[in-house]
Design a protein around this ligand. Structure first.
Ligand code: H79
Length: 444
């Protein structure tokens, strides 16, 4: 009996360990809302938005002294901060989740952390926890909550890294000190987990230490024991649920699906009044379509000023994106990734029942649309959100070959075009079936 018990315990614990070591797969259902969300809004807000300097990196890279950087504490007022208005704007953009910098590498927490004194609540004229009202507003608006948290903290006296090319100490020589830091950062994560219970933890800064040094598995387990449905981004030294390419568009689809591209609205994460290199709504929308076509999400960043005001250009981008999202919402949300490259020169998505293809056509590109390698019969084509039907012609179908011909779709009339990106809905006779061959006479 005892032996059976031991075997059972061994078996069970092996199963648990196995699961914990394969992040993303240990609870795939929890990823569903994230897969369907497609769009999130990233918010970089902190004391760096007082002078409009690089978030944390400005002192790390010696662009300014640490003391000057910290002087910005005196200017963070949050005096026009309207978290409900932020949540409304996020909702208007069509985003389903938001991720805010609860603490960047500079160590200043946006909530009233009990772990030390470095927070907007204790050290700035704002004198308050600005995180709680935002999370409340998001929840009231039906938007999932994400907490960006830097696991490295260049301000903490027990953290080894501080300013580029210098360090406080080597963790190999002082494990007690490193342990103090670990206890501190993990206590902050425990606070976030307990007080805010975010739907998503968005970690950053893992590159300075290994998974073992961070105790990444322990942190993952700690979060999941509190909320098994919490999603963790891929910057917890290998213990996250999805990949996070930053700024750069991946040319090959990331191996972990879903994935998420985080991207700035100009060239900076935080408030930078001198940066006018904004993406246009056309660029933003075409990038977004490309992301979802490849099975990803876009986490699009805004950087409010210290008082809570959001730059006009950023508001404009979110509103234009929102208009487009609501116009073509069926083609965007609750869809799956589109056809793999090779079938269509552009972005596409496929409906959940896989019997509708949505083709994304950039504003100035009305010309013939071609789909290659489609076995299905087409039952109807229309320009979404208009009454415009489109005819098609099958070109080059060889009667005695099973290989599909090319589908040439009529040019879209000018008045049916969207100013940014038009969506063409192609209805199929059943679930999509695509030809994968090399053009030989048989299907394979
Ligand atoms: O919060 C924003 C940025 O501040 C932060 N992530 C976004 C969301 C960020 N910026 N850069 N990085 C994260 C990664 C930086 C990596 C580098 Fe390095 C550190 C480049 C050079 C030093 C690690 C070491 C990678 C290359 C060498």
């Amino acid at each position: 009996m005892k032996r059976v018990y031991y075997i059972l315990v061994l078996f069970l614990s092996a199963g648990l360990i196995g699961k914990a070591q394969t992040p993303a797969n240990n609870n795939p259902e929890k990823m569903q809302w994230f897969r369907d969300a497609k769009l999130g809004i990233f918010i970089h807000w902190g004391i760096y938005s007082v002078d409009g300097v690089d978030e944390s990196w400005s002192f790390y890279n010696k662009k300014m002294s640490y003391l000057d950087y910290m002087q910005q504490l005196n200017g963070f007022t949050a005096k026009n901060y309207d978290p409900r208005a932020w949540a409304d704007l996020i909702r208007e953009s069509g985003a389903r989740y938001a991720v805010i910098t609860t603490k960047h590498h500079d160590g200043i927490a946006l909530w009233d952390t009990k772990a030390n004194h470095m927070s907007t609540a204790k050290l700035t004229p704002a004198r308050k926890d600005v995180l709680t009202p935002f999370f409340d507003a998001l929840r009231r608006t039906g938007i999932k909550t994400g907490a960006y948290f830097s696991i490295l903290d260049w301000s903490h006296q027990d953290y080894p890294g501080f300013i580029k090319d210098s360090s406080r100490y080597d963790i190999k020589n002082d494990t007690a000190r490193w342990n103090r830091y670990r206890n501190f950062y993990q206590a902050q994560i425990r606070e976030l987990s307990g007080q805010f219970n975010p739907d998503l933890f968005w970690f950053d800064g893992d590159w300075e230490h290994s998974a073992e040094e961070w105790q990444a598995k322990k942190v993952r387990d700690m979060i999941l024991s509190h909320n098994p449905n919490a999603i963790i981004n891929g910057r917890l030294a290998g213990y996250g649920d999805y990949e996070t390419p930053e700024q750069n568009f991946p040319i090959t689809r990331p191996s972990l699906n879903p994935w998420e591209l985080c991207m700035t609205s100009n060239n900076n994460w935080g408030y930078h009044p001198d940066d006018s290199a904004y993406k246009t709504p056309y660029e933003l929308i075409t990038i977004f379509a490309d992301v979802i076509s490849n099975g990803g999400n876009l986490l699009f960043d805004i950087g409010p000023r210290e008082d809570g005001w959001i730059p006009t250009e950023q508001v404009h981008l979110l509103k234009e994106l929102g208009k487009w999202n609501s116009k073509y919402s069926d083609a965007i949300f609750n869809t799956d990734a589109g056809m793999p490259p090779g079938h269509y020169y552009g972005a596409s998505t496929i409906s959940k029942d896989s019997s509708t293809i949505y083709l994304f056509v950039p504003a100035h590109d009305r010309g013939k649309i071609v789909i290659k390698g489609l076995f299905n019969n087409i039952t109807g084509i229309n320009v979404m959100n208009t009454d415009q039907q489109l005819h098609h012609k099958i070109v080059g179908k060889i009667s005695w070959s099973p290989v599909p011909g090319l589908v040439y779709i009529d040019e879209i009339p000018e008045d049916a075009m969207d100013e940014y990106m038009t969506v063409v809905e192609v209805k199929l006779d059943g679930p999509i079936r695509l030809y994968k061959g090399k053009g030989g006479l048989s299907v394979d």
